[in-house]
Ligand binder design. Structure first.
Ligand SMILES: Nc1ncnc2c1ncn2[C@@H]1O[C@H](COP(=O)(O)OP(=O)(O)OP(=O)(O)O)[C@@H](O)[C@H]1O
Ligand SMILES: [Mg+2]
Length: 308
């Protein structure tokens, strides 16, 4: 049975949550491609989607219960943000007065040369770090003065990361890495395990559950990171060079996956990339140079092909 067929059966018989729609395209990509991702899947976990137990449970699992939103306000807002790194006596301003508003449902692509401050910006957008000067608002809340535990709380509720270095914990096995964000959210362990199995099935890594990151290929690590980023069903997905260092096929898979999350699930996706194939999905492109925003380009659906 192909992954598409499994998902199709599952969709018609079991009325799963919206997440399946965004994954369908990915599955058809796998099934149509001559690759072995997901081929070993028994599909057992797919038969029981832990994200679709009940409406109230799926709201709980997304962490969205604690968040109320004013739709007119930007989801993320940076006002005159500076990030200054201190190395002994030397200071380096990696971000210099960034002003940026990001709205719900955007697909924002950040472009810029190496060292221009893209990852530094992503760390701030993802509440992994706070600015040296200026203000970062997430969901209208000023997070600039938050301590690490407050940042961790808001990250856990709001943000899924697919980062350059994968940020998989080296001592944790595949399944444990995916469980981690749910443990932070104090998800029931039985449900968390079901969700982890389900997501690992989706990314075709059921047979690598017990591998350590050092026992996975680059593309497999990236897929673990994707499974983990979706574990708590967050409204914002941040990806730093998600297709960098990957073969074309895995790169395309990740690209389609991100597009699906945006297009079908309405997630806010923010991506740093050099990959022009990803730029075609952008609603806006932010160009960064030497820690400053050089320009912001608004894109419509008809424009992207020109870039190819
Ligand atoms: N922890 C740090 N301490 C000191 N300087 C840093 C630190 N992190 C980053 N920098 C410097 O800040 C600048 C921006 O780094 P950043 O990682 O944001 O660049 P980038 O645009 O993501 O580059 P790349 O495309 O190579 O990933 C660089 O000059 C870098 O050397
Ligand atoms: Mg970087």
């Amino acid at each position: 049975m192909t992954l598409t067929e499994i998902i199709e059966t599952f969709k018609t018989k079991l009325n799963p949550s919206k997440i399946m729609d965004s994954l369908e395209k990915t599955a058809s990509f796998y099934d149509e491609s001559d690759n072995d991702f997901g081929e070993d899947d028994s599909g057992d976990d797919l038969k029981n989607n832990p994200y679709s137990n009940s409406a109230s449970d799926s709201v709980k699992s997304s962490g969205l219960t604690k968040i109320t939103r004013d739709e007119k306000e930007p989801l993320i807002k940076l006002t005159d943000v500076w990030k200054i790194y201190q190395m002994g006596e030397v200071e380096f301003a990696a971000l210099r007065g960034i002003n940026l508003e990001i709205y719900e449902g955007e697909f924002l692509v950040v472009l810029g040369p190496s060292g221009s401050g893209k990852s530094t910006l992503m760390n701030l957008l993802g509440c992994l770090d706070i600015p040296s000067e200026g203000t970062v608002y997430l969901n209208s809340e000023d997070i600039s003065g938050f301590d690490e535990s407050e940042l961790a709380r808001i990250r856990g509720q709001m943000i899924g990361f697919i980062f350059q270095s994968f940020n998989l914990l080296p001592t944790l096995r595949t399944e444990e890495n995916v469980l981690l964000p749910m443990e932070f959210q104090e998800e029931d362990i039985q449900i968390a395990r079901k969700k982890a199995s389900y997501l690992l099935d989706i990314v075709g890594l059921s047979d690598k559950k017990h591998n350590l990151p050092s026992q996975l290929s680059g593309g497999q690590k990236q897929r673990v990171a994707i499974a983990r980023s979706l574990a708590v069903n967050p409204p914002i997905i941040l990806a730093d060079e998600p297709t960098g260092n990957l073969d074309t096929k895995t790169g395309n898979y990740i690209l389609e996956f991100l597009h699906g999350l945006h297009e079908r699930e309405g997630k806010t996706v923010i991506v740093v990339t050099h990959d022009l194939d990803l730029v075609k999905y952008a609603t806006r492109v932010v160009y960064i140079r030497d820690g400053e925003i050089e320009k912001i380009e608004k894109r419509t659906k008809s424009e992207p092909e020109e870039l190819k």
